[in-house]
Design a protein around this ligand. Structure first.
Ligand SMILES: [Zn+2]
Ligand SMILES: [Zn+2]
Length: 201
């Protein structure tokens, strides 16, 4: 079944993200999959994205898992993969199947390189636009199970809520969450201050 969100809902996603693009379509379908597998969005739903590309905006709008609420987590692994689960419950991981790009990667790669080094012709630029539009449409039209390889995630143990303390960095004085501080030469430092002294070694 092609994408099942209403045109109005999709318009909200595009408005939030700022443009339409293939990456946004991937996020839209990942969110659709999350709602198909886990039901209605809610504060107990958690999204873990292994990429920080365009699609994460669609996931935040459509699932309500947001960076600010803490139920959207970015793991910087550089993979087009997304996991969704309910706190204390089970879930799934979905990774984009490479073949859904339909062999466009090579042509697209060559065009993008010419675009980057300034040797792209006007025809090249038109072609980039065509390819991006074709991908965007394909990602919206394809069956979810054809698009993603889906694996179940075992149930997660609910983690007890913890109140994190903040400590003053002994170099810059700024309050920093304890779990993000470093120790150096007997002092408690924030990460930038730690990196500044550590790099001098
Ligand atoms: Zn985009
Ligand atoms: Zn500091």
């Amino acid at each position: 079944m092609p994408c099942s969100f209403s045109p109005e809902r999709l318009a909200e996603v595009v408005a939030f993200h700022g443009h339409e693009c293939p990456g946004l379509s991937i996020g839209i379908r990942a969110a659709e999959l999350a709602l198909r597998e886990l039901g209605e969005p809610g504060p107990d739903m958690v999204a873990v994205s292994e990429t920080d590309m365009c699609g994460v905006d669609a996931i935040q709008v459509l699932t309500g898992c947001t960076y600010g609420k803490g139920n959207f987590i970015h793991r910087d692994l550089g993979k087009m993969a997304f996991s969704f689960f309910r706190r204390g419950g089970s879930g799934f991981r979905a990774i984009l199947r490479p073949e859904v790009r339909g062999g466009m990667d090579e042509e697209m790669g060559a065009l993008m390189r010419r675009q980057a080094d300034g040797t792209a012709t006007p025809e090249d630029l038109t072609r980039v636009g065509e390819l991006r539009e074709a991908l965007r449409r394909r990602f919206l039209d394809i069956e979810l199970d054809e698009m993603f390889e889906i694996t179940p995630l075992p149930g997660q143990e609910p983690r007890p809520a913890r109140v994190l303390r903040s400590l003053a960095c002994e170099a810059c004085g700024e309050m920093t969450m304890e779990s993000r501080t470093r120790r150096f030469d007997g002092k408690t430092l924030c990460i930038p201050c730690f990196q500044a002294v550590e790099q001098k070694i």
